[in-house]
Design a protein around this ligand. Structure first.
Ligand code: HEC
Length: 122
């Protein structure tokens, strides 16, 4: 009987601790939503500039087939050239981008994936 009471008390305290960790403030939540919105201008452009345009330049070099220097270029590459697939490939897998380089950190890849799922906004 004493053991049962202890068990129930433990469950109760555990439940209270877990539920007190949530944040129901809608003001805070909407602030996070705004920060999470990925656009070409606020996020994707700098990722591409830092990792891709050494080959995918205005006039592409090193055998790269297209430029990735404008919003239209990058959006088109996501829609018709498999850009998400290329940056998601494993290190060393043929076709991985950046070609011959190091796979982007997963958090960076996730930002480009989020940009796509949020509608590829400029
Ligand atoms: C060292 C040069 C180099 C870098 C840096 C580079 N690429 Fe490429 N990219 C290439 C070459 C060469 C090809 C053509 C061969 C192929 O398709 O794998 C290519 C092809 C592609 C293709 C396929 C195009 C098609 O029509 O099939 C995509 C998409 C792409 N690159 C995206 C990227 C992205 C995004 C980055 C940066 C994260 C990047 N590349 C960085 C050289 C590069």
């Amino acid at each position: 009987m004493k053991k049962n009471t202890f068990l129930i008390l433990t469950l109760l305290v555990g439940t209270i601790l877990v539920s007190s960790c949530t944040n129901d403030s809608s003001a805070d939540l909407s602030g996070i939503d705004e920060l999470d919105e990925v656009t070409y201008t606020n996020t994707v452009k700098s990722i591409i500039d830092n990792n891709c345009i050494s080959c995918h330049a205005t006039t592409p070099i090193n055998g790269a087939p297209m430029s990735l220097t404008t919003y239209e270029n990058v959006k088109d590459a996501v829609l018709t050239r498999g850009l998400l697939d290329r940056i998601s490939r494993a290190q060393g897998e043929p076709g991985m981008m950046p070609s011959g380089g190091t796979r982007l950190p997963q958090a960076v890849i996730d930002q480009v994936i989020a940009w796509d799922s949020q509608g590829l906004t400029e």
